[in-house]
Every structure is written in structure tokens, then in C-alpha cells.
Design a protein around this ligand. Structure first.
Ligand code: OAD
Length: 274
């Protein structure tokens, strides 16, 4: 059964102490010794990184990321795809972890808690906040590799002052093939180890927290459902309804940067029971 709680958090910068934490969510968080947090683009939104389904800005408003993030787009015009990722990489480098990322790092460091972060994000803001990430199920923006021989190379994205339409990808050190972003494109398989580890940790958790994902992209979107049917309490933190909502036991209509610091601040001094 889904119970809708909220509005508990605010998007207007209200200090976390003033954000009301839904009591049932606080209780679940306090009691959980094994926590799995599944994050999506929404957790980085308040760091200034646009989500996938937000309107794209500037030059890229004419392009649909769902069409650019494909092997077909790369085959047709690698320079266009590389330019798009180079611009995303520039935005990520300029961005800083927000209070949502930092709160999860603080929770992960608490004694007596095992907290596994599974992210669909290709940015590195969880790591820069001090978290260890169990799985980047859609890969990592900065883990570049050759699109022909697959070897990781020494290549880096160019520094851009503004978005540009096309930039030639650098050649692989080994075979000369064009270097590509280390992300999973639509139509490609997910790195199997990471995905299986993510499913395991979600199914074995005492609590699955789903933060800032639309739940539209499979197979990552199956994780809340798999955990839920196995009896794991599923809590959604998202300012808007999503495809995850129906599978959630509790729903908190708040942004990540408002909700997560408020929740972690209220966990108290005592570790989870059991
Ligand atoms: P989406 O862009 O589909 O969804 C972002 C979600 O974040 C939405 O549900 C928003 O309501 C929510 N949101 C927005 N601002 C938020 C905030 N401040 N705090 C919390 N939530 C907020 O992003 P994902 O679900 O991550 O795949 O997308 C999944 C995958 O689709 C991505 O990993 C990517 C994309 O195409 C690949 O690249 C393979």
C-alpha cells in the first residue's frame, strides 16, 4: 500500500532543521542496519546539473538526450555525441556536491550502519561528497575508453567555455580508435557485476530509499519493485510523482537537498537495533 506523506521538505533553501521528517520514514531510517539508496539525476539537480527529462538549455535544447545517448548516434556522428558529453563533463566539473550528497556520506559513515549507494548517475558527486558508491549502474562519465578496442586510455574531455555543436573525440593511445564516454547508452547492456550487486544489496536491505529518479529506465527501474516484492520497505524522495511511486510504501514529496540532511540530522545518537 502506498501512503503519501508530505509536503515535508521544501525546495526554497529552508534549513534542514526546519524540514519536517515524516515520522514513519524517520522510524524506518532509524531502525535500518542495512540501507540501500538508489539515486537518479534528481539528486544532482540542486548541484546545477540538469536532469535528463528537464528542458535542455541553449544549443542543446534542440537535441533529445535520449537520442544522443545511443550507439547509433555515435556511429552516425561521434563528434556531436562527444561534444554533448564534453559539455556535460564541464557542468559536472564546475558543480559541487549538494547537501543531499553530503548527508548520504554522513549516514554511510555512521557506526552500525551498512549503506550501499546505487546510482544511475554518471557524475562523480557522490564520491566527491565522500561516499563510496557500490554501483554506477549506467557507468561513469569520466571512465573513458576506446570505442574500438575497449581499453581505458589517458584521454580527457576538452575544457569548454560554452556548449559547442561538434568536437572530434581524441584517438585511443593503443589503436587510434575514437575514445568514448564510459557510460551505458540506450540499447547497450549494463555492466553485469554492478547491476547484480545492486539488486542483491537492495533485496537484502532493511530499507530502500529511492531518491530523484523518474523510474522510467529499465532495468534499473526494476530495483524498487524487486525489493518491494521481497518485503523491503521502499521510500521515495522526489518532489514529483514517478513510476516508482506505486511501488513505494512511503512517499516524501521533497527535494534531495532538503530531505536528506533533515533525515540524517534526526537519526539520533543511537545506532540501529538488531
Ligand atoms: P530523470 O531525468 O528521468 O528523472 C529525474 C527525477 O528527479 C524526476 O523524477 C524529478 O522529479 C526528480 N527531481 C528533480 N529535481 C529533484 C530534486 N531536487 N531532488 C530530488 N528529485 C528531483 O533521471 P533518472 O531517473 O536518473 O540513463 O534517469 C534515468 C536514466 O535515464 C539516466 O541514468 C540516464 C537517462 O537517460 C542513461 O544515460 C542510460
Amino acid at each position: 500500500m502506498t501512503s503519501l506523506v508530505g509536503p515535508g521538505g521544501t525546495a526554497d533553501g529552508t534549513p534542514s532543521g526546519a524540514v519536517e521528517v515524516p515520522p514513519r520514514i524517520l522510524e524506518l531510517a532509524r531502525e535500518a542496519a542495512r540501507v540501500c539508496v538508489l539515486t537518479g539525476a534528481g539528486i544532482s539537480a540542486e548541484s546545477g546539473i540538469p536532469t535528463f527529462r528537464d528542458a535542455q538549455v541553449g544549443l542543446w535544447e534542440r537535441f533529445d538526450p535520449l537520442e544522443l545517448a545511443t550507439p547509433g548516434a555515435w556511429a552516425a556522428d561521434p563528434a556531436q555525441v562527444w561534444a554533448w558529453y564534453a559539455w556535460r563533463a564541464t557542468l559536472v566539473r564546475r558543480a559541487q556536491p549538494n547537501p543531499g550528497h553530503l548527508a548520504l556520506a554522513g549516514w554511510q559513515a555512521r557506526p552500525g550502519v551498512r549503506l550501499g549507494i546505487v546510482t544511475q548517475n554518471v557524475d562523480d558527486l557522490h564520491e566527491r561528497a565522500g561516499s563510496e558508491v557500490l554501483a554506477h549502474v549506467h557507468g561513469s562519465l569520466f571512465a573513458l575508453r576506446c570505442s574500438v578496442c575497449g581499453r581505458p586510455g589517458g584521454a580527457v574531455y576538452p575544457e569548454l567555455d560554452e556548449p559547442v555543436a561538434r568536437v572530434d573525440p581524441p584517438p585511443c593511445d593503443t589503436c587510434g580508435g575514437p575514445v568514448r564516454p564510459g557510460v551505458v547508452w540506450f540499447g547497450e547492456a549494463l555492466p553485469e557485476d554492478g547491476f547484480l550487486a545492486a539488486v542483491d544489496v537492495a533485496r537484502e536491505a532493511d530499507l530502500l530509499l529511492v531518491v530523484g529518479t523518474s523510474g522510467l529506465v529499465h532495468p534499473a527501474a526494476t530495483i524498487p519493485h524487486l525489493a518491494g516484492v521481497g518485503g523491503v520497505p521502499v521510500v521515495e524522495v522526489n518532489p514529483a510523482p514517478t513510476a516508482v511511486t506505486e511501488a513505494a510504501d512511503e512517499v516524501w514529496r521533497a527535494t534531495a537537498a532538503a530531505a536528506l540532511p533533515a533525515l540524517v540530522a534526526r537519526l539520533g545518537d543511537v545506532g540501529p537495533r538488531g
